[in-house]
Design a protein around this ligand. Structure first.
Ligand SMILES: [Zn+2]
Ligand SMILES: [Zn+2]
Length: 154
């Protein structure tokens, strides 16, 4: 599965992903272009930090979102974790995450609009759209902006 990768997508760097994993999946990770923006906002780089179990997304407007893997896992949007409609998801009955649930094994881009983390426990059904990630960015700047304008996020 090698695409001659156009370097238009976000660069995935760093040690989140073991280097071997990154190079194995480089064609997936880099062979994307992110054209569906959050009002023109898209990631230009995703830097992994395996040691601290976190990643930093650098957006094309210069903003950076640091997302811990724990935060990501608690916010897994898939039906199994988050529930669907009236059906509760498994996270609702979870009080503590296991280490393998917050260990990132791989990161796959989904089309041009999102990403799916592959967790060490095998879970890989959560599609995090960049739009939502930016809209829920947990950094103090974004959090206070959301407080000032409640309901303005989607
Ligand atoms: Zn999930
Ligand atoms: Zn932010």
């Amino acid at each position: 599965m090698s695409k001659a990768g156009p370097p238009a997508g976000p660069q995935v760097r760093g040690s989140t992903l073991a280097a071997a994993v990154v190079s194995r999946h480089r064609d997936i990770l880099w062979g994307v272009s992110l054209r569906e923006p959050y009002e023109g906002i898209s990631p230009i780089a995703i830097d992994g930090d395996a040691e601290h179990k976190a990643m930093t997304i650098t957006w094309n407007d210069g903003h950076q979102s640091r997302l811990t893997y724990e935060w990501l896992r608690w916010n897994c949007p898939c039906a199994q974790c988050a529930g669907e409609g009236d059906a509760p998801g498994s996270l609702q009955f979870t009080s503590e995450l296991q280490p393998e649930q917050t260990t990132l094994e791989d990161l796959e881009m989904v089309g041009s609009y999102g990403m799916t983390p592959v967790w060490a426990d095998g879970h890989h059904t959560g599609i995090y759209t960049f739009r939502n990630l930016r809209g829920t960015c947990p950094c103090p700047t974004c959090e206070s902006a959301r407080r000032l304008a409640p309901g303005s996020t989607q």
